[in-house]
Design a protein around this ligand. Structure first.
Ligand SMILES: [Zn+2]
Ligand SMILES: [Zn+2]
Length: 373
């Protein structure tokens, strides 16, 4: 079939709208009509070449839609089902999948980086030339063929624009707090960054019963947003020293848990100092490829701090995405308020510009207005 897609031909270029040829889904694949897709920092990193991908590629990895057709071996979804898309389909059989950590799947990871589906092939072509997939999904298009394991069936009474965001940014931020840090009631939680991921971490900390939720962001409107989502304290790092300020806010102890949703230079070292003895630092934002993390070695031992990464919220997407949408439907996870602006596919490059200007919590490209809401 013919589909409309935004294609990245060269790093640094704007995305170009093209009509591509899309194959039928294979036996273990699903054809999805994309209703809406968020634009995530990772997409911008790849557009700029900081996260490499085979080119040309259709970016987009935060989407939701409706199943159009399924391969012959697919049983868990059928045409007409609403699905949120997981960018880390798990094989179910490798040691990480067997061990309950499917986002570390050893089978999926190489194909993800290779820009293909699970069998090493692509399903999109531009006048005969192969076009690569991005994180198995390529949601900057009105239709996508995705691995069956990426299609997570969801309730059909939540807006697909909301479900799209849960498919990457929300799960990433929320899961870093709940699954990785396992924040306990009464904790103090420090969060760097008040974009879509950081605000999802704020919501998770609040839902976990954190006593203090402290957010660091240099932009005033982002800090206001954090307060609206439940942060108890905000810090402008250009005005106040973060470590001393956090200690003053936490009876001199420091934060029990620190979440770095930025990945910027110097954040990890500062978060280490702002974290209480015995506390946990979770790195979520992905630094540049040459970044090297360092912490003071002796204090790392003596203060028994935990330092850990968290990929995709350390989640089990097939369970966690529906669970988060249940929280949304119950009014306890206002994901819809993360959406700052919506755009048609024709204006997708504006979404990148606005995001890079720091104007958005999340920008959402709506591909099917009737389905998205
Ligand atoms: Zn993402
Ligand atoms: Zn696996």
């Amino acid at each position: 079939m013919r589909v409309n897609a935004a294609v990245l031909e060269q790093y640094g270029d704007p995305l170009r709208l093209r009509e591509l040829e899309l194959d039928e889904p294979g036996p273990q694949e699903v054809l999805v009509r994309i209703a809406a897709t968020g634009v995530c920092a990772s997409d911008a990193h790849t557009r700029a070449g900081r996260i490499p991908s085979p080119l040309p590629v259709v970016l987009g990895h935060e989407g939701a839609g409706v199943v159009v057709a399924t391969g012959s071996e697919v049983g868990h979804v059928a045409a007409g089902d609403h699905v949120a898309l997981s960018w880390m389909p798990s094989c179910g059989r490798c040691r990480h999948c067997e061990g309950g950590r499917p986002v570390l799947c050893a089978v999926s990871a190489p194909a993800l980086l290779g820009g293909t589906l699970m069998d090493g092939g692509v399903r999109m072509r531009d006048e005969g030339r192969d076009v690569h997939h991005y994180s198995f999904l390529s949601t900057f298009a009105d239709h996508a063929v995705v691995p069956a394991a990426s299609a997570v069936r969801i309730r059909d009474d939540v807006p697909l624009a909301v479900a799209a965001l849960v498919g990457c940014g929300v799960l990433t931020g929320y899961g870093s707090v709940v699954n990785r840090a396992k924040v306990a009631p009464g904790s103090s939680v420090l969060i760097y960054g008040a974009g879509g991921v950081g605000l999802s971490a704020v919501m998770a900390a609040c839902n976990s019963g954190a006593l203090r939720v402290i957010v660091v962001d240099p932009k005033a409107d982002k800090r206001d947003g954090a307060t609206a989502f439940g942060a108890t304290h905000v810090i402008d790092p250009s005005e106040r020293p973060v470590v001393e300020t956090v200690r003053a806010m936490t009876d001199g102890l420091g934060a029990d848990v620190s979440i770095d949703a930025v990945g910027g230079e110097g954040v990890l070292g500062e978060a280490f100092d702002a974290t209480a003895t015995g506390g946990t630092i979770v790195c979520v934002g992905v630094p540049g490829p040459d970044a090297y993390a360092a912490v003071p070695g002796a204090r790392f031992v003596r203060e028994e701090k935990y330092l850990t990464g968290s990929l995709y919220g350390s989640s089990r997407p097939g369970q966690d995405i529906p669970a988060l949408l249940n929280l949304f439907a119950a009014g306890r996870l206002p994901v819809d308020k993360l959406i700052s602006r919506t755009y048609p596919l024709e204006r997708i490059n504006d979404t990148f510009d606005d995001m890079l200007a720091g104007e958005l919590r999340r920008g959402v490209v709506v591909l099917d207005e009737a389905l998205a809401w």
